[in-house]
Design a protein around this ligand. Sequence first.
Ligand code: ADP
Ligand code: MG
Length: 833
Amino acid sequence: MARVKIDYGIDLGTTNSSICRMEKGEPVVVKTDTLKDTLPSCVSINKKGSIKVGDSAYNTMKSDKRRASKSGKAMDSNTYIEFKRTMGTDTKYHCSNVGRDFTSEELSAEVLKTLKSFVTDEVFRSVVITVPAKFTVGQKTATIEAAKKAGFDHCELLQEPIAASFAYGLSSEQKNGIWMVFDFGGGTFDAALLKVEDGIMQVFDTAGDNYLGGKDLDAAIVENIIIPYLKENYSIDGILGDKEKNTVLRDAMKTYAEDVKNQLSFKNSEDILSNLGDLGEDEDGEEIELDLTVTQQQVFDAMRPVFQKAVDVCKELMKRNNLKGSDLNKLILVGGPTHSPLIRQMLREQITPNVDTSIDPMTAVATGAALYASTRDADVNDSDIEVGTIKLDIGYEATSVEQTEWVSVKLDKTGSESSCPAKVLVELVRGDNAWSSGKTEIDEMGNVIEANLVEGKPNAFSVVCYNEKGDQLSCFPSEITIIQGSKVSSAPLPYNIGIAIWDDHKEKAVFKAATGLEKNKPVPAVGVVNGLSTSKQLRPGLASDLLTVPIYQCEDDPEAGRTAALYEYVADVIVTGEEVESLIPENSPVDITLKVDSSEQMTMDIYFPSTDFTVSKSLDTSKKQSVSEAEKLIPQMLRDAQRDINRLAESGVNTEALQNELNGVMDEDKNSQEKKAVLQHLKEVLRKIEDEDAGSEWNRLEREIREEFERLEKADGELGNDKSHQLTNHLRSQTDQVIRSKNVLMGRELLDQIRTIFFQLTMIYQCMGLIRDCSNNFGRYRWKDASRAQQLVNQGMAIIGNNPTVEQLQPIAAQLVGLMPDDEAGNKGGFLH
Ligand code: ADP
Ligand code: MG
């Protein structure tokens, strides 16, 4: 039977994945090849090039890690996990066994294909795949790409916390209130707050840590329990002191830690035993063996600080939403580690007593995805419908919070066989057989049937067709499902979306939020940025005349006007002269409209009011983020951050917290391969530095005003005349006044004035300096017309040597500046401002 709804949901997890489908109105998790509910998101490729996914791949990885500790050398791995982390980047996973690289999307596609292969009784081409609430546009586009590679024609995305609450909401008596989804996975942590009103769920804020999860618990167990045990029983100081050997040993130990951690969620104590010969030798040549008993208490003590980080994120999330623990009606647990009684207890004590443990934390997301999928239309081809079947056009709301729902049924004669009888009757029969609609006659105009719903669950109805004589006829669709009691409203934007515009004062492109695209706005949504102007002209027909509008997403204060490059880049929209009909001069007004659809794909309208002309563009978000570029940027950015902190410290700011944070990032840079994470954390520090800078701006400005005024006074004394004395005196009283007012804007204006007068007073020296510089460094400039420039320099140098005057030198200097390439004469790029 072809399905009218998508009906299949996949949780494509970083560590584990799962597939669930609707069967007679109930979500049923499809068992894996090892008869489990979840499949490790792990891919391994052997020498023959055959690809294994799931438990066998995960076991290969585990034994590889243990074996590597024997030699103390990292092995050439052909096993991959956590590639979800690099979705949307150009990261390559090298496979020496087949001699080629795999992308994150290709590996994810292998996981999807394997999940699909567990369904053997049905062909399906449409699917709902869940993504973290915080996934960027590029990561979402990459997920859709992976689904295409896995052979799905139609893929819809759903946010993981919404999926989990949908799974939960249906079985819950409670249809109103505020819920929190606490999703602690293998390597990521996400918290989401949802408002539930009459069963309608809406995420209104999210927080999380992309680098916190079960594997940090494993590392803590290694650090606090296994390493001390090894140190006590073996000589391993040398191994621990060697970077590679240390990593290899710890990686092997984490595999034991994971096993014991998972067991101790349900037991009081557990043994860690290694097989003889599994691990290598210590420095005295003694065979290393693990044989220790670990108690729940010991493991809990080791894990507590890791879980505490997640609890703190929740506290912060509640605080910024002015919520107390008692305001939370439910806290829903998702993710493997939430099996642990420790985190459950910590949440009860520190967040809310209303911790709910009624749903399976490993399958909640896939279950919710399937439920949601049952409300979304699948693509149905006529070839999917058997010959001789009567085709019906059925209209209904797939989710409802009412007791009954109207279902409209029309006969689709064009899609049906010509043998369709003159009179057709339809009956809806509810899955529990406790209710049926009775027969209603339908035709091409259609009719409506009131369907009676059971509360708080999906209601499957068989659609049964009869002819006049009462014979049953086969029809399509033959089943519909209406979910009663819950409804998902549209997904919220996970970030503020905006553009980069040029800030003349900062001389940098800064983030400007689009009004209407604030974080948590439900999509689809439309944003606008008005009152901008072009910084360069666009001449019609000229491809080299560019207007660039870069789009960024900002997770913190969108109004802070911080440097755009310190946020996550989405895509560029570029308008060239070829796309405009008439000249758009420099400084022309521009209004931007940015439309975001429900899967966060975007289009932009760039409107030029002076010529009443609009350019419309769709954004290409499929461009992969370059990880190697990120890596290259880090050292310079670290140096910049240190320089800025030093500067702040010199000006008397307390920079201790900033310095500690920067040191943390520096350590991370040394120890971690995840350069994307390093860059993200580094940008966070740089944003804080920028804020601190803005806060201490007045102090800097005051110092600058004083210094520049002193310089002016001196120049006035040496080179001035009556007029300049008068101006300087005027500026002196203004300086006193502005310094008293501490007004930054007035301060900046005054500084400009002081500089202008200084410049005019010293014009002759400025001109001489410029001409001399051009003469000394002639070859360094990419002159527009080198021979003319040479001529001017010669002329200028001759005048300088012979009682020069401003009148003589100024035109020469001005012409030389005109001959310099544009980007060396101060550049605003093609940005708006
Ligand atoms: P993801 O969403 O990242 O795919 P999962 O929700 O599947 O992750 O969680 C995987 C993590 O859960 C792993 O670190 C695993 O060790 C841990 N885990 C699985 N079962 C248990 C358990 N019983 N107790 C504690 N942790 C567990
Ligand atoms: Mg998960």
